[in-house]
Design a protein around this ligand. Structure first.
Ligand code: BES
Ligand code: ZN
Ligand code: ZN
Length: 479
């Protein structure tokens, strides 16, 4: 399906069907009120009603805000999926929320069917946004077009991330992720470097190597960089790329293992962000660093009681091999800080089940030392459609990862505050000068879903992409 924005009125546009969003108030004065009400339509949020003979499909909304319109657009596009209409149009009336609408239509219509013998393709080919009232004011139309194009790029990158997350562990191995990074680099003129196991060894990255040792797939570290001319700021993004997390010898129970192909979602988000930022040609230098490995079991597996020496020399007592993400991130964070002197250092990881307990499955957990930076991020990403909640550090939780045998333990000594103790573990690999520039995003909850919500169908959601690109865009605006 193609989305287009034209400087025309809905009347001037030829299309099989017109889409409208109505709340209780706008339903009252609508020309088709009676016909809609006869079908039981009362404009409740997300309820769809079609008057196909009149060429009209409507969806109820609570209000004309982003949240309501994004969700309603998803419902409409899914209703149209079941029809044979080829073209649809949308009036200019809703265009102050143009980004939310693009997201609703593009993200809401996404399906992952790479492994299905029969696919349920959309018949709808073109959806046109009519933007005629911007006619008088050339500048406003230009701004609208910019917002439209930007939302399209971000939504497409989010769907790209979803597909990577949804790909099976056999089809998306650590080196498979490296191939994807290489092809993004070729398509968008970025640079890409991949460190194989031999090179990881030379770099002293024993933590990554230990996690990946029992896998038939080689571990690697991927660096993908977008370097524009005269960048305003530099930002490093670190992604957890566990192409499968069986738990290792601290094996996950059968039911918890299903879906653990999503443990690479942090890495996939970083790839999606780089794709979007480079397509948007933002004046920010962005470096992605991905620690990629598979956490498996065999005779060579790393084990509870092992002591690992990370890249920065910190010794880590392994007490649970299922707390592997923080080990991979430890080495990757050290490497990223050695390679690039950045203004911001963000990491993305499906790190803890505890984060879902704390915030629910829809919200990303944000952690870091700087309240100012957390605030700046929340402000910059506010209209992204993603939800982010801050979890606070404290000195008592920090003591929970002390170890009797090594510098630190890879799990806390009590079962509470697990999202924060994981972040405090990572803090050991952040250099003094970067402490105030670092944010950790635990996306374990929102990265994957087994029941659709908002504009997310089953599977990978692309969590992290929209909020981060919006934040990077907000940096570009401050000149
Ligand atoms: N990848 C998991 C975290 C996770 C759990 C992501 C559920 C998505 C859904 C991570 O590697 C893990 O297993 N964490 C453990 C840590 C524990 C052993 C301290 C967890 O959360 O149970
Ligand atoms: Zn794990
Ligand atoms: Zn994991």
């Amino acid at each position: 399906m193609t989305l287009e924005l034209l400087n025309k009125t809905t009347n001037e546009l030829q299309a099989d069907i017109l889409i409208e969003f109505l709340n209780a108030e706008t339903l009252e004065t609508h020309a088709k009120k009676e016909a809609l009400e006869i079908q039981g339509f009362s404009a409740s949020q997300d309820s769809v009603c079609a008057l196909f003979e009149s060429g009209l499909i409507v969806c109820g909304i609570e209000d004309y805000g982003d949240e309501s319109l994004r969700s309603a657009a998803t419902q409409v596009i899914n209703a149209l999926r079941k029809t044979n209409f080829k073209t649809a149009k949308l009036s200019q009336y809703y265009l102050k929320n143009v980004s939310a609408l693009v997201e609703g239509f593009i993200l809401g219509s996404y399906r992952f069917d790479a492994y299905k013998s029969k696919t349920d393709n959309m018949n709808l080919e073109t959806l046109t946004f009519a933007a005629s009232n911007f006619n008088d004011d050339a500048l406003e139309f230009a701004q609208l077009e910019e917002a439209f194009t930007s939302a399209l790029i971000i939504s497409t990158a989010t769907n790209f991330t979803r597909t990577l997350v949804n790909t099976t562990p056999e089809d998306m191995t650590p080196l498979g992720l490296a191939d994807v990074a290489m092809s993004i680099a070729t398509e968008n003129a970025l640079t890409c470097e991949v460190l194989d196991e031999k090179e990881l060894e030379n770099e002293g990255m024993n933590a990554i190597l230990s996690v990946g040792r029992a896998s038939r797939h080689e571990s690697c570290l991927i660096q993908l960089s977008y370097i524009p001319e005269n960048p305003i700021k530099t930002i490093s993004l670190i992604g957890k790329g566990l192409t499968y997390d069986s738990g290792g010898l601290s094996l996950k129970p059968a039911a918890s293992m299903v879906g653990m192909k999503m443990d690479k979602a942090g890495a996939c988000a970083v790839l999606g962000i780089l794709k979007a930022v480079s397509e948007l040609k933002l004046p920010i230098e962005v470096h992605g660093f991905i620690g990629a490995a598979e956490n498996m079991v065999d005779g060579s597996a790393y084990k509870p009681d092992d002591v690992l020496v990370a890249k920065n020399g910190t010794t880590i007592e392994v007490r649970n091999t299922d707390a592997e993400g923080r080990l991979v991130l430890a080495d990757t964070l050290c490497y990223a800080q050695e390679k690039v002197q950045a203004d911001y250092l963000f990491d993305y990881a499906t790190l803890t089940g505890a984060c879902m307990v704390a915030l629910g499955a829809y919200t990303t957990g944000m952690m870091g030392h700087s309240n100012h930076l957390k605030h700046t991020f929340l402000k910059g990403s506010a209209k992204s459609g993603e939800m982010v909640g801050s979890l606070p550090f404290n000195r008592h939780l920090k003591k929970m990862i002390k170890s009797e045998v090594a510098d630190i333990s890879n799990i806390g000594n009590k079962p509470y505050g697990g999202a924060i103790t994981a972040a405090l573990f990572l803090d050991n690999f952040i250099t003094e000068d970067m402490k105030q520039k670092w944010l950790h995003f635990d996306i374990a909850g929102p990265a994957y879903t087994d029941s659709p919500w908002d504009c997310n169908p089953f599977g990978g959601t692309g969590a992290g992409v929209r909020m981060s690109v919006k934040f990077i865009q907000s940096l570009s605006a401050v000149k």
